[in-house]
Design a protein around this ligand. Structure first.
Ligand code: GLU
Ligand code: MG
Length: 437
């Protein structure tokens, strides 16, 4: 059959879904300049394809402009069509950034960090997902059997990532049933979040070709294992040298890193509404799931919202180059751009106000009473999306990081998503999310 070669320009939107418009590849040069037309109300299309209350209505025009640096062009070499899409920025027609463009929001956050501190953020996303076919024995967590079972998928997936410019780091059978994990090498700036979008979408692109169904939903059953997103962060100074590690600092954190982490923990009850933004995210964020239930810093502790990761102290290995901390309170129902942006804003606020993190934990916080938790500077994180949105609405500082009407849009979007789920049992709610993530 005759075929026109097509490419697509996409954004990762408030639901974490990737959307855009395709165009003939013959027009790439002009599309890189003028983009495609975009509609403000697209921001209000929820995870379930309903449209939330929108202040824009049918009005307004925007441009979605592809970034030539964020191009996925993957030839699977199986006779299937070339996978070809760009990630891009949503601008007003006069070229000004749009207040609800999540990639733009991240760029602004990173620029503020750089201009106020001289630091550049180096970050990497670690994603968990599950195959839905439970008729196969995947063997135990981290097993060779599980690796062998999905080696063909992993090999194709990692090759696809590499051809999109992502540097794959590892692929493994995680502990949960049919659960796998993929990690990438860190990147600076907005590219780390671009990579996270590529990691999700190329997993889906691979699974479509191999006819295996996968899901990134935060949790498949109320009592199940969570699919987390862990975001690793470290800093580079003006000269591009590592600037996170101080062997004499608490847990190895230097001054800026210490305040940055404190900022994240301080604002976490409000920003969790962005990092874990689905109704089922809060079934995952409960104690004993190796996710995040309190606003604690953990020293190599996987039950912490921010964990100081280990470094290999082996001959010839520089700890400063490896040293990083990891945010564990995120999942794939959110946009990586917004997730990283709020971590940067919260961290920068911590640096500005010289906030101090509570002492790193290596214990089970769920055994402590509320007054013991309070005494040590800990709170239980919101236990539902509704509570998280209320906390966000109540935080003047967090709201000040965004330009109007972003917060209004976000709250309306997420509350409408909750309305859609009204009356569903926890199992039905999980099933609804599994269908769309
Ligand atoms: N599955 C856990 C989560 O929901 C994380 C397990 C781990 O990698 O430590 O975040
Ligand atoms: Mg994991």
């Amino acid at each position: 059959m005759i075929q026109e070669e097509l490419a697509m320009v996409c954004c990762s939107d408030l639901s974490g879904h990737v959307k855009g418009k395709a165009f003939p590849v013959a027009d790439v040069a002009s599309r890189l300049k003028k983009g495609v037309g975009w509609v403000p109300t697209n921001a209000q299309i929820t995870a379930f394809n309903t449209i939330a209350d929108t202040p824009f209505g049918a009005l307004g025009d925007l441009l979605l402009i592809p970034d030539p640096e964020a191009e996925a062009k993957v030839e699977f070499e199986d006779g299937s069509p070339l996978e070809h899409f760009y990630l891009g920025d949503i601008l007003h027609t006069d070229g000004k950034p749009w207040s609800c463009c999540l990639r733009g929001i991240l760029k602004e956050a990173l620029a503020a960090l750089k201009s106020e501190t001289g630091l550049e953020l180096n970050s990497a996303f670690e994603l968990e997902f599950q195959f839905t076919d439970n008729t196969v024995d995947y063997g135990p967590g981290f097993g060779l059997a599980g690796f062998r079972e999905k080696k063909a998928f992993g090999a194709t997936y990692l090759a696809a990532l590499r051809s999109a410019g992502v540097e794959p780091d590892s692929f493994l059978k995680e502990w949960g049933e049919q659960q796998y994990e993929v990690t990438m090498h860190p990147k600076t700036g907005v590219r780390a979040a671009d990579d996270a979008v590529f990691m999700r979408e190329l997993a889906r692109a691979t699974s479509q070709r191999t006819e295996e169904r996968i899901t990134f939903t935060p949790i498949r059953h109320p009592e199940g294992v969570g699919n987390g997103v862990h975001i690793h962060m470290s800093f580079l100074d003006d000269a591009g040298k590592p600037a996170t590690y101080d062997p004499g600092g608490p847990g190895g954190l230097n001054e800026n890193a210490r305040h940055f982490v404190a900022g994240i923990l301080h604002h976490l009850p409000a920003i969790i509404a962005f990092t874990a933004p689905s109704a089922v995210s809060y079934a995952r964020l409960t104690p004993h799931r190796w996710s995040a239930a309190y606003n604690n810093l953990g020293y190599r502790d996987r039950e912490a919202s921010v964990r100081i990761c280990p470094v290999a102290e082996l001959p010839g290995m520089d700890p400063a180059r490896q040293f990083n901390f990891e945010f564990r309170g995120a999942d794939s129902s959110g946009s990586p751009y917004l997730q990283l942006a709020v971590l940067v804003h919260a961290g920068l606020d911590g640096i500005r106000n010289k906030l101090e993190p509570p002492e790193a934990t290596e214990e089970d916080l769920s055994l402590l009473s509320v007054s013991e938790l309070t005494k040590r500077g800990f709170v239980r994180l919101p236990e539902s999306l509704d509570d998280a949105l209320t906390a966000l609405e109540g935080s003047v500082t967090v709201k000040s990081w965004f330009r109007d009407p972003f917060i209004e849009i976000y709250l309306k979007h997420k509350r409408s998503e909750l309305q859609y789920l009204d009356g569903m049992s926890p199992e039905e709610t999980c099933a609804a999310y599994e269908k769309v993530y």
